[in-house]
Design a protein around this ligand. Sequence first.
Ligand code: MSP
Length: 476
Amino acid sequence: MGQKDFYITTPIYYPNANLHMGHAYTSTICDILVRYHRLIGEKTYFLTGSDENSGKVVKSAQEAGKTVDEFLSEINENFKKLYSSLNISYDQFIRTTDKEKHWPGAIKMWNALVEAGDIYKSVYKGLYCQNCETFYTDKDLIDEKCPVHHTVPEKIEEENYFFKLSKYTDILKEKIESNEFEVVPQSRKNEILSLMNRGLEDISFSRPLATVPHGIPVPGDPSQVIYVWCDALVNYISALGYGGDETLFNKFWPADVHVIGKDILRFHTAIWPAMLLSAKLPLPKKVLVHGLIISGGQKMSKSLGNVIVPDTLIDEYGAEAVRYYLSRKVSTFEDSDLTPENFKDAYNSGLANGLGNLVSRIMKMAETHLSLAPTLLEETLPGDYSKAMESFNIQKASDIVWEKIGELDLRIQETQPFKLVKTDKEKALEIISGLVADLYTISRMLNPILPQASEIIQKLVKENRSPEKPLFARKD
Ligand code: MSP
């Protein structure tokens, strides 16, 4: 049997501001999943990037008194710095302003949609929210305001190219219902199916050049640029060379999973697969839709002014603490609140008193009483843990690891090998060896979640020594 491939993507983020905890969340869970798939021996490809051809970027650059290019290169540097401090092990960072890498794919896709007879010109009348980069209908609004930003959308009337999304409603419904194109979790699958039951409307796929001056011109009509979503979604294949050297595309497409927040469900489970069907390309296998991180009771977003940035937490607690929090304390499928207070509690109980303390206790006993490391199991991962990872339930996988940590703590308490060693040395050594072997299994399970701690623990176990200082110092 050939080696299994695993292709995973994050959304491409808007570089109109630095990334906040919400963005860090999506990228971190992707990183956890990709590391898990590497751990089980699969060949993986992990794509992320930034969504640059938008009016928002032009506006933010102007506000910062910078050219668009200067502004973008600074923000992208910051994205990459954050990725490096959070240990996000991506293979490629795509930018949609990259004329060589991205544009040929977007143009090839546009031409394929035209060839399928799915693009037509019409007058667009609608309500546009600049912050969402989205057109709304009256029924989407709450008190005549954007449901996300609570601002009054702009009334727009202009000539656009449209995409025949409506044509694909039934076939998409069937593919989602049968899980040929799987939307995880079930609640999001139901949500998109109910939207489809009401019928999908054709959508605007271009904007006048003046609104997004640095966007991708529509082939054959330079007065229009390809509309943000039609441009952005194509990144998932242009990054693999679609429209250019298609080696990676042939190897990794279709994606195993697109990971997204619930705010962009419709784009990824209706518009994108419809575009792929129109272009006669295979659909991604799955879309994982996670909940949102809430701050002060609302979705964290720049325009709402309630962002928590990861850097502050990384500086104070370390990147592994942020990864721990995001994997264990944020529900994978539902919205979760984040406050600095519950972050500190989580750190102290899960890392300082939990994992860190366990490593010190076990390895101190091992160093004192064992002459070398016991036989270690390199291959196995507990079935429930693997099942949780395979079904993208990161929080559950993480809980399973911490349940095991709790079990070892309890075992030490109940068997007290540090005392037993005085009366029944053989039995005590057997217990300590068992604890070390199980700690090693825990360290393997931690590889995707806390890659640094995992490596340190494996080293300590193999060298049969205790850490010089606690893995995670307590914070008061
Ligand atoms: N550029 C588009 C995506 C195009 S993908 C072809 C976009 N960008 S975004 O920067 O606004 O948000 C991207 C993603 O960031 C969201 O889908 C979500 O995964 C993540 N998050 C943004 N805010 C979030 C929270 N408050 N909580 C959790 N994740 C959130 O939309």
